[in-house]
Design a protein around this ligand. Structure first.
Ligand code: NAD
Length: 261
């Protein structure tokens, strides 16, 4: 029997990058996985790949900032697979700009996707996890920027710090219903989200793209190495299969030592 047989996971932003690898790893461990993303074609492609490999999966169109879409999507998953046991709140974007040029509309968009999205998906999932105190686990995709700041990333750093508060509150409220909560905090991972920033940061900081990688992205790591999607997905697997609430309300840095807590 696989570790997550009989469990159902919802992974937001799983049509790409980190979320996509998490979906594959959870499915391989036996979970039925809902790939919830703005990009339905991408979500369906991931679901089809999982199904082709013998796993259980479904693609769900979901804008995590849309309360009705979130509630409908999570309820659809519970109806399809019988429950929601694992929520990985992972959908995210990046917009870089110094504060004096940061558009208010961009600030609101960043906070909406990272924080409103985390809140709305949590609230929708808890309805199922709290039923008969069956319990579950919610993991938020934070960042080393949940603990550290970088220039140009005011909204991102603010939002990622905010997730620590939500997660710790849920750890306290959820305990009596057998719900645990964590934040995973990756360093830089080569995904479309990061690749887009390299030329943008080079232009804004007046340095080369190689310097953005070696100085800005990897300069504070212990070994100059990017974190990988596999590193993050294996951390998710460890936490989802951990047997007790000895681990709850924590934040886990997966960053080649960029930030040490
Ligand atoms: P990515 O761009 O590869 O994937 C993000 C996914 O989120 C995309 O499929 C996109 O369609 C989806 N998405 C965006 N807005 C959405 C919305 N409103 N509703 C639903 N889905 C939406 O990015 P990634 O690098 O895999 O990032 C995933 C998460 O990891 C983000 O929260 C990001 O902040 C975090 N993170 C990334 C890094 C990194 O270096 N890549 C480091 C630390 C944390």
């Amino acid at each position: 029997m696989s570790q997550l047989d009989g469990k159902t996971a919802v992974v937001t932003g799983a049509a790409s990058g980190i979320g996509k690898e998490i979906a594959f790893v959870l499915a391989k461990a036996g979970a039925a996985v809902a790939i919830a993303d703005l990009n339905l074609d991408g979500a369906n492609a991931v679901a089809n790949e999982i199904k082709a490999g013998g796993g259980k999966a479904i693609g769900i169109a979901m804008n995590v900032t849309d309360e009705d879409a979130v509630n409908a999507g999570i309820d659809q998953v519970a109806a399809e697979f019988g429950s929601v046991d694992i929520l990985i709140s992972n959908a995210g974007i990046q917009i870089v700009n110094p504060i004096e040029n940061y558009a208010y509309s961009d600030w609101k968009k960043m906070l909406a996707i990272h924080l409103d999205g985390a809140f709305l998906t949590t609230k929708a999932a808890l309805k199922h996890m709290y039923k008969d105190d069956r319990g579950g686990i919610v993991i938020y995709m934070g960042s080393a920027h949940s603990h550290e700041a970088s220039p140009l990333k005011s909204a991102y750093v603010t939002a990622k710090h905010g997730l620590l508060g939500l997660s710790r509150t849920l750890a306290k409220e959820g305990a009596k219903h057998n719900v645990r909560s964590h934040v995973i905090c990756p360093g830089f991972v080569r995904t479309p989200l990061v690749d887009k920033q390299i030329p943008e940061q080079a232009k804004e900081l007046g340095i080369t793209e190689d310097e953005v990688i070696s100085k800005v992205m990897l300069g504070n790591t212990v070994d100059g190495v990017f974190t990988t999607v596999e590193d993050v997905a294996q951390t998710v697997l460890f936490l989802t299969t951990f047997p007790s609430a000895a681990l709850t309300g924590q934040s886990f840095l997966v960053s080649h030592g960029w930030y040490m807590q």
